[in-house]
Ligand binder design. Structure first.
Ligand code: HEM
Length: 387
């Protein structure tokens, strides 16, 4: 349904050029707003942005699965072609190649390398001391994971961040060939042969521009997302009694712990699709070319699918049903390794009998109005107490 202009202006600020025009107060506590939308207008059109906001689980899932009708887009228009924007056969063969790599990684995971890396970070924690949640804790862990999984030389992490910063500011759609080559040479210099980044850069079948965007995607969509997810979930754990009771109990199943806390605190606000042709969705007609903002974070707290949706309940029968990794053919390729890396981190916290205490942070969950992809807590202060 198209919203009346009064409701529209109540809900949205008129900030042109930005899909992120949802009012700031909604972002600081987005869920009541989403729950209202799910009931009253699960698919509604924002005229100013020419964008459909899809907020219910049912329609988010449907759009993600109808890849013949709705194609992927990324929020960064400058990113250009990469695995996530490719369609049809091109996407299929590219994804198959990557899947091979990710299944190997998943097998490697059995040697417990991630748990050792988590232990190295957590061993340095002294109860009572104050740390910055991301810089000192979750980033330390994901940097170590990136070095191992992406195959980056131990002393080259700073170089990686410098390259990322440079690439971030560039427009890769219109980027000159020499510049692409320049970045790829820089990435080659920091990556180990046999690692994921090196393999992408060396692959003859992918064009240089796609190689560049893919490597960026692996780092940014991959490890920065795990870092943010762990920060959100640690902050959640510090405040959520039910999460604490379950994690520190003797019958905790880490898979259920991760699935349910990820449903509540995943950082993925939304993903974007564009209608390939005129389509029907629910009782709406979506015109060819219309853009759709698929609010995954909203779908994960839809009470039609998740009873009492704001409550942590690891025993729900549909605990795995969340959309935090998307759905359909573009569903996250890194979901299995991410889940086990995150489980390892919380298992180590529990083994060491440490409980996080996030200080002066009142909000249950803070979405970020400047970033409608990745949201959550900032680099807030945290300490750990014995439990
Ligand atoms: C907790 C961490 C993660 C979250 C929340 C996450 C979330 C997502 C989501 C929601 C999508 C679907 C996007 C869409 O349909 O438009 C996606 C796709 C993707 N993710 Fe992840 N992801 C995570 C970790 C990773 C890791 C570790 C990697 C790789 C190292 C990765 C690589 C990718 C790639 C390449 C795609 C595109 C797949 C395709 O288009 O076929 N992600 N991710």
């Amino acid at each position: 349904m198209i919203m009346s202009s009064s409701i529209y202006s109540m809900l949205y600020c008129a900030r042109p050029h930005s899909i992120g025009s949802i009012r700031p107060w909604m972002m600081s506590h987005p869920f009541p707003f989403f729950n209202a939308l799910q009931k009253k207008a699960p698919i509604h059109f924002l005229k100013r942005q020419q964008t459909w906001i899809v907020s219910s689980y049912e329609y988010c899932e449907e759009v993600l699965q109808r890849s013949d009708d709705f194609s992927t887009r990324v929020l960064l228009p400058s990113l250009g072609e990469c695995l996530v924007t490719q369609q049809d056969e091109q996407h299929k063969s590219h994804r198959q190649w990557m899947n091979g790599f990710f299944s190997e990684l998943h097998k490697d995971q059995r040697d417990g390398f991630a748990k050792k890396l988590a232990e190295q970070v957590v061993d340095k924690v002294k109860p009572g001391n104050t740390y910055r949640l991301k810089t000192d804790i979750t980033q330390k862990y994901t940097d170590a994971l990136s070095m191992k999984v992406l195959g980056i030389y131990e002393d080259k992490m700073e170089d990686l961040y410098a390259i990322l910063g440079e690439i971030k500011g560039s427009d890769r759609k219109g980027i000159a060939e020499e510049k692409v080559e320049h970045y790829l040479n820089q990435i080659t210099a920091i990556s180990k042969p046999g690692g994921l980044l090196h393999s992408i850069v060396m692959d003859e079948l992918i064009s240089p521009k796609v190689k560049l965007n893919d490597t960026y995607l692996m780092i940014d969509a991959g490890f920065l997302t795990i870092r943010q997810s762990l920060a959100n979930m640690t902050s959640g754990l510090s405040r959520n009694q039910a999460m604490q009771e379950y994690l520190y109990s003797s019958n905790c199943d880490y898979r259920h712990f991760i699935n349910e806390s990820f449903r509540l605190y995943s950082p993925f606000f939304s993903t974007i699709r564009r209608a390939k042709k005129i389509n029907t969705l629910g009782n709406q007609i979506i015109q060819q070319g219309d853009q759709l903002l698929i609010c995954l974070m909203s779908a994960n707290r839809d009470q039609i699918v998740f009873k009492d949706p704001h409550r942590f309940d690891p025993k729900r029968r549909n605990v795995q049903k969340h959309l935090a990794y998307g759905d359909g053919i573009h569903r996250c390729i890194g979901q299995h390794i991410s889940n086990s890396f995150m489980a390892d981190f919380f298992e180590v916290l529990k083994t060491k009998q440490l409980k996080p205490v996030v200080q002066n942070y009142r909000k249950d969950f803070q979405a970020d109005s400047n970033n409608l992809m990745i949201s959550g807590v900032g680099d807030i202060s945290v300490s750990f107490t014995p439990c």
